[in-house]
Every structure is written in structure tokens, then in C-alpha cells.
Design a protein around this ligand. Structure first.
Ligand SMILES: *Cc1c(COP(=O)(O)O)cnc(C)c1O
Length: 372
């Protein structure tokens, strides 16, 4: 299937050059979502009120949150064993909330260290129980997903980071274990179908792939909860938010609303299967150019390349500022690599149009012709 997306053009900028937003996050959203979100800020569904000023207890907003949770379930195909909640505090808060809710002090959680975010999750869990790091690719600047490890029997769960936003690696396989997987899916959430039955808990900050910053979607298999002995503060207890349908206190209404709009769009353009096909096609354009181009090279192992964050450098690093300037002149924004890695990172999330990726690939191609 082919999906062609419009370019994100803000109304008052229509006369100026097109901007191609390759930012790693907060990241690109579908133009139609931005438009609907803007309309909702002015007048939400004909209520005469802005979505920003409506009570979260109003029937309209309760319906937004309920539909958002239902759509997560529908898109992934979750069974009733799973609950969906919308929390605040970013994915970073989930680094410790997962351990606080799932790991007793005398018990062990297994982790795989595939990057900065994985390492932060590991550090956060140490405050709550035993942590066993099964494998790490840190010594090679996280240039691959470690393989050949297995989850020990005494582990309560396995924590992984499905897509490593900073380094550009992604799991293209689900770890073989009968332990529940706890997964930070922030930067590839709803980008492809998942074998959800393997997962005990999934969390994703909205701002990478489905919405603005301000909410984190958490999917929890109900049997994961209620097993630890410690007292959990009510605001940090997943059960509070499950019981109150994310409405224990004032939820981040606007980020949830925008996430809902994005999920309606995902459903419309073919669901997670459609997204996966689209994302594979898009990433191939850029990786093919990187592999064929004599000036550029990819940073990570081919088999672990991320379909969301494409990281690359130039063989001659001195040429990088010149190419960065050319990209900028052509409206390409946000392709500087993370400050810890350098080079380039093109984030090509769900909403990124093929046309923008083709433009970047063409500029790389032209640059090589000129230099060659
Ligand atoms: C961005 C990111 C985070 C941090 O998210 P916050 O919402 O800023 O806390 C965590 N994990 C991954 C994989 C990310 O990409």
C-alpha cells in the first residue's frame, strides 16, 4: 500500500520555503492532526469552548480519553488482559515507576543496555531491587543491539528499549523469553505491529511518534500488578490510574487529545500494518542512499538499523558542516546528530512524508556528485 502524506505547512508560512522537520522529538505530526488540534484550541467540536479550557470531567473530554485508550487497544489488538492509561512525567518517570510497581527489594529485574535511555532505566531501577544487566553495547558506542543473551529464571521481568532514539538502533525481533517484557517504546510506538502477548508493560512518551510532549501512554497487563510488598504512593501506583480511567487527577487533556487525533489518522491510513509498510519504504530510501553514496556511512550494524532514527556520518568529518548548511538551505531541519554522537540523525517517524526523505537523499546524492 502507498500512503502519501501532505507536507506540514503552517498557514502563515505558505509563501515561504517548505520546512522538512526531521527532529527527534518533540517530533513531526501529520498536518491534518495539527490542523484539527488548532481548530480544537479555538472551538472544540462546536462547544464554543477551547479544548484547553474544558473540564476534564465534562462528557466531551471523558469521551476523548476513553476513545484514546480504546484506540490504543484497537490498533495493537490488545486483549482485555491489558489496560491503557495516560500519565505525566515523561518516559523518564516510567524508568522508576515500572520498578516501583513491579520489583520487590529482594527480587531481580533483567535489563539490556542499548543506549542512554536504557542506561537511565537501569539506574532508576537500582533504587527498588536487584538489577542484572544481561548485555550492553556501550563499549562500541551502542552501535548494535546485543544478541546471544538469555533471561535468567530468577528474573521477574526483562526491560528493553525497542528503539534507541539517540544511536539509531532498533530491535527487529522480540526476545525469546517466557518472562514478561517491560518495554520503553517511546520512539517507535504504533509504528509497526507488535506481538503484544510477550509484553507485561509498555510505555511511550507521546512526543516522539503520536503527540506533543506532556503525556506518556502506558499499557499494562493486569496480572503484573499487586505483587510487590512496598507501599506505593497513590499517584505512583498504576492501579490508581487504571481504576480511575486516567482521571484520578487532572490528566494532560491536550496531549491526549492530539494523540487521539494521530491514532485516528493511523487507523485511517492502514493501521499498524500500513504504518510498518510505509515506514520500511521510507527508511529504505535513506539507507540505500547512505550505502551507495561514497561520502556517507551509517553508524550502526545493518541488521539493527532503526526505521525511525537514521544515524549517519561522513567519511571525511570535515565535510559535515558544508552538507549541514546545504540541507538547511533546502528547508531541512533537525538533522544534527545527538550531541553525544555528532554527525547526522534523520528522524523519520510515522508522520514523515516520503517526499521529505527523498529530498534529503537527493541532496546527499548531488553533494557526492559535486565532490566526486
Ligand atoms: C525521548 C526518550 C525518552 C525520554 O522521554 P521523556 O518523555 O523526555 O522523559 C525515553 N526513552 C526513549 C526511547 C526516548 O526516545
Amino acid at each position: 500500500m502507498t500512503i502519501e502524506l501532505d507536507m506540514p505547512v503552517v498557514a502563515e508560512k505558505k509563501s515561504v520555503m517548505k520546512v522538512h522537520n526531521f527532529s527527534a522529538g518533540p517530533a513531526i505530526l501529520p498536518p491534518s492532526v495539527i490542523e484539527q488540534a488548532a481548530a480544537g484550541v479555538l472551538n472544540f467540536n462546536g462547544t464554543g469552548l477551547s479544548v484547553l479550557e474544558m473540564s476534564h470531567r465534562s462528557k466531551e473530554i471523558v469521551a476523548v480519553v476513553d476513545e484514546a485508550s480504546a484506540l490504543v487497544k484497537e490498533l495493537i489488538g490488545l486483549t482485555d488482559d491489558y489496560e491503557v492509561v495516560w500519565l505525566t512525567g515523561g518516559a523518564s518517570t516510567q524508568f522508576f515507576l515500572t520498578a516501583m510497581n513491579l520489583l520487590d527489594e529482594s527480587k531481580t529485574a533483567a535489563f539490556v543496555d542499548t543506549g542512554t535511555w536504557a542506561a537511565k532505566a537501569i539506574e532508576a531501577a537500582r533504587s527498588f531491587g536487584n538489577v542484572e544487566v544481561l548485555a550492553s553495547s556501550k563499549s562500541t558506542t551502542y552501535d548494535h543491539i546485543p544478541k546471544g543473551w538469555s533471561v535468567p529464571d530468577h528474573a521477574e521481568y526483562l526491560h528493553i528499549t525497542s528503539n534507541n532514539t539517540i544511536y539509531g538502533t532498533q530491535y527487529h525481533w522480540t526476545p525469546a523469553t517466557d518472562k514478561p517484557i517491560v518495554c520503553d517504546m517511546s520512539s517507535d510506538f504504533l509504528s509497526r505491529p507488535i506481538d503484544f502477548a510477550k509484553y507485561g508493560l509498555i510505555y511511550a512518551g507521546a512526543q516522539k511518534n503520536i503527540g506533543p510532549a506532556g503525556t506518556t501512554c502506558v499499557i499494562i497487563r493486569k496480572d503484573m500488578l499487586g505483587k510487590v510488598e512496598r507501599k506505593i504512593p497513590v499517584m505512583f501506583d498504576y492501579r490508581t490510574f487504571i481504576k480511575e480511567k486516567s482521571m484520578y487527577n487532572t490528566p494532560p487533556v491536550f496531549p491526549i487529545y492530539v494523540s487521539l487525533l494521530t491514532m485516528r489518522w493511523i487507523k485511517e491510513v492502514g493501521g499498524l500494518e500500513g504504518m510498518a509498510a510505509h515506514n520500511e519504504k521510507k527508511a529504505a530510501i535513506l539507507y540505500n542512499e547512505i550505502d551507495q553514496n561514497p561520502l556517507f556511512k551509517g553508524n550502526v550494524a545493518q541488521e539493527d538499523r532503526s526505521l525511525m532514527n537514521v544515524c549517519f556520518v561522513m567519511h571525511n568529518r570535515d565535510l559535515e558542516p558544508e552538507f549541514a548548511a546545504i540541507a538547511k538551505e533546502n528547508g531541512i531541519q533537525g538533522i544534527a546528530g545527538h550531541r553525544s554522537v555528532g554527525g547526522f540523525r534523520a528522524s523519520i517517524y510515522n508522520a514523515m512524508a516520503t517526499e521529505s526523505i527523498q529530498l534529503l537523499a537527493d541532496l546527499m546524492h548531488d553533494f557526492a556528485e559535486r565532490k566526486g
